[in-house]
Ligand binder design. Sequence first.
Ligand code: WTA
Length: 663
Amino acid sequence: MSDQQSSFDSVLSEDRVFPPSPDAGASLGGAWIDSMESYRDLHAKSVADPEGFWAAAAEDLDWFSHWDTVLEWNLPDARWFIGGTLNACWNCVDRHVESGHGDEVAIVWEGEPMPGGEPDVRHLTYAEVQDKVIRFAAALKGLGIGKGDIVTIYMGMVPELAIACLACARIGAPHSVIFGGFSSQAIVDRVEDADSRIVITCDGAWRRGLIVPLKDNVDEAARNTDRIEHVVVLKRCENEVQWIDGRDAWWHDLMESGDGPVECPCEPMDSEDMLFLLYTSGSTGKPKGIMHTTGGYMVYTMLTSRYTFNLRPDCDQMYWCTADVGWITGHSYIIYGVMANRVPTLMYEGAPNHPEPDRFWSIVERHKVTQFYTAPTAIRAFMKWGDEHPAKHDLSSLKLLGTVGEPINPEAWMWYHRVIGSQRCPIVDTWWQTETGGHMITPLPAVTPTVPGSCTLPFLGIDAIVCDERGNEVPPNSGGLLAIRTPWPSMLRGVYGDRQRFIDTYFSTVDGMYFAGDSARRDDRGYFWIMGRVDDVINVSGHRLGTMEVESALVSHSSVVEAAVVGMPHEIKGTGIAAFVTLDPSGEPGDELKVALREHVAKEIGAIAKPDMIRFTDALPKTRSGKIMRRLLRDIAAGAESTGDVTTLEDFSVLAKLRDDEE
Ligand code: WTA
């Protein structure tokens, strides 16, 4: 059981059930499913006849040619809508223009700086997005990029990031978006793994009043790999950049070349053609490229966006997801799922507390946000900053709140409900993963009674269980492995270039099923409670990191011989990073080295991976077979007395030493 979960239990009373809020659904234009009975009925039918259910859902997309077979399932390989062809960009943009909605707002954007107290705001209609996407898609083709070429995108949160993704989708070039907070080394690793020849970036990105030098990071990456042939640069910050003629091109030059209308039709893509690759951390080695394909992903993200958030066109909705497009949440629930539903999607460039801690609430008020989707770590930060910040703003436009990324502690849930939602907005706590593509376990607004801390029940078509390794369900209220019994349309299709890792990670732990890497329990009501990762992945501020990744970054420093990284409870981040480090004789333990190591990790991975605590030790506690005793380290990091069996510990003095060194 994770540390976080045990702290939940102490404040949790399971009879704190919040009834559904049908009013919230009604004020959004109606609920797609309007009662618990209809959910249970539809869920049972969708699981009994997934092909019938998903075929009906898929009819809501435009297909260039219809599929012949809904599903082919040969564990671990699922193929959906076989024989069908479609284009994701067409479904998110062109079809809305074709059907007469070109003048409606597709993307609302707010920049971080507030010159003169007013932010930069842009409203882009579907017709404008279409025009930009066509121009950029044509430009990509002009650079020799075509169907099947993987395009790396490393940008800040600007509308052009969505435009770049959609342009890739338009020409059938899978994108690989790298979060702008990652380092140049992360770019090198991903570009090489994906064999990507082109990087789209910005001169810089605004973050908390400072410029993140994205182009410099790409330049540095390009010095360390020979794969990058083209760098396209969007001018965002007037940040001075170095230029390599022949390799670098300005976005605006590419968009403006050629007078008159540019043509670049949507490429008909096979349903199973790759839409994108997104790297995520696993328990071993370097991040793995999760592959998502076109048809199933679009069907699933469109339907989940619609049902979980009650998205409806023509109902004055303004949907805002605060994630970065660099994560799966941004892919599915800023771009694809939302735009497919023809509801405006709001993008904000910067930090939640710039220039003041009320920034998010001023955005909600200014744009009359109706659905708001964020992460527990942000909610905890808002709580800490104080109620006076949301109190300054009119939040009455809000109808629905969502959270994602990590378990939400009930205190944070209650605060969100009371202070942001005025006790009237339903909260959808959505459990899902990069690998699942879309929401897997989530309440449906206006339907599912919620309990703070529980993500409640599976989405339609999802057969989720808590089980042992043989796949047998465990009784209510006992912890077990969270697994999905049957395929769903947006499940990952593989790990790029590594078939064995795909099988080993997801289909080898529980017999015959997809294993999520999380443990969970179900209560008497059947509600799911996520207990946390059971592998060596930690969730830092809702961002996934592999402990091994951070360990290798530390070990690559000349003073470090060995490192062990574990999660530790953290008030805001949920999980913080604790590193136990043994040094080379040349290494001088002390604050200076701690600072240097933190910077080193930031350089190797990104600032999000900086350890919150570093302890120097003579040796790491290991079992006789040489495995690091992580449980012990976790206890020490949490400041707890280590309990449990330590008889396999090789050297007890190591433990004593660690204690002595406590900060
Ligand atoms: C965790 C993010 C509890 C979980 C969409 C999962 C959650 C990992 C929740 C995936 C939630 C995500 N409650 N835990 N509502 N949502 N997680 O791939 O451990 O960045 O396995 O996808 O985040 O993280 P990823």
